[in-house]
Design a protein around this ligand. Structure first.
Ligand SMILES: NC(=O)c1ccc[n+]([C@@H]2O[C@H](COP(=O)([O-])OP(=O)(O)OC[C@H]3O[C@@H](n4cnc5c(N)ncnc54)[C@H](OP(=O)(O)O)[C@@H]3O)[C@@H](O)[C@H]2O)c1
Length: 248
């Protein structure tokens, strides 16, 4: 029987990897989604949805479904599932690789301020600006809820989860975004500071260019570290090489 690859998904890269593997006759592929997004879109190969029940549940799933290799292609900030993947790989012996798009790099003219957490980002805001474009996702926004003198424009794919700061406008949108569109957004809302996670990738990078062009400060929340013992590759080709699958 063909080897079975489990992709822990929820990203563009996971979707690309699923398409690449599903097109081959020498592997079977299953993508796992957390089930957070109401319309995840179509995925090539098999799909399963919902949590596994911690590292032990994931380990049991790997055994029960005879998984030969696991690819953690989750978002760089989805630290819980990555930690579970590391533990499940260790207890089952199933080889695992992490597919992580590279983080963003500051360019000349950028005014970036690094934060280690959302709380750290919130602490930086009073010295940087009053009108904030917040693009860190729908969760964890309680870190900003105490900032009563700031105007927040929160952009997320799904509605943001309370508690939120008092002065908020919500924009529901999914990338990719363009520099023109982001510039218009910054101008229309008279944004004077941007807050983002270091998600990396092209789909949401236009806001950084737009902020640079307007001379705006950007608070960049650093990624959590990948657990020790997991190999990280930057792209689909790196995964295929790691799995010993040549090009087709
Ligand atoms: N965090 C972000 O900024 C972000 C952005 C875009 C997309 N996403 C995607 O959204 C999903 C959830 O992100 P998160 O930050 O909430 O994750 P997380 O905090 O790392 O994970 C929390 C729990 O959600 C379940 N889970 C997460 N990803 C899963 C997957 N691919 N398949 C099955 N169960 C999964 C696991 O539950 P059990 O312990 O029960 O197994 C995990 O312990 C991820 O798949 C990620 O790729 C996250």
């Amino acid at each position: 029987m063909s080897p079975h690859v489990l992709i822990l998904g929820g990203t563009t890269e996971a979707r690309e990897l699923a398409a690449s593997l599903a097109a081959r006759s020498d592997v079977r592929v299953t993508t796992s989604l957390a089930g957070r997004v109401s319309r995840p879109g179509t995925l090539d190969g098999d799909v399963r949805i919902g949590g596994f029940g911690g590292a032990e549940g994931l380990a049991a799933w790997l055994r029960d479904h005879r998984v030969d290799a696991m690819v953690d292609a989750t978002h760089p900030f989805a630290a819980g599932i990555t930690a579970n993947a590391a533990r499940a790989a260790a207890v089952t012996g199933v080889p695992a690789v992490v597919l992580r798009r590279p983080g963003w790099k500051a360019a000349p003219g950028d005014r970036w301020h690094e934060a280690v957490s959302l709380s750290d980002a919130a602490a930086l805001l009073p010295s940087l600006g009053r009108r904030v474009l917040l693009t860190t996702g729908r969760l964890g926004l309680a870190a900003f809820a105490h900032l009563r003198d700031h105007r927040f424009v929160i952009r997320s794919v799904e509605p943001p989860a309370p508690p939120l700061p008092p002065d908020v406008a919500v924009l529901l949108a999914r990338g990719p975004f363009t520099v023109e569109g982001e510039t218009l957004l910054l101008r229309e809302h008279r944004i004077d500071v941007l807050v983002t996670k270091d998600s990396g990738g092209a789909a949401t990078a236009a806001k950084l260019t737009a902020a640079r062009e307007r001379g705006l400060p950007v608070v960049v929340v650093r990624r959590p570290p990948v657990p020790e013992g997991l190999t990280t590759v930057p792209d689909v080709a790196g995964v295929l090489a790691r799995l010993g699958l040549g090009p087709r």
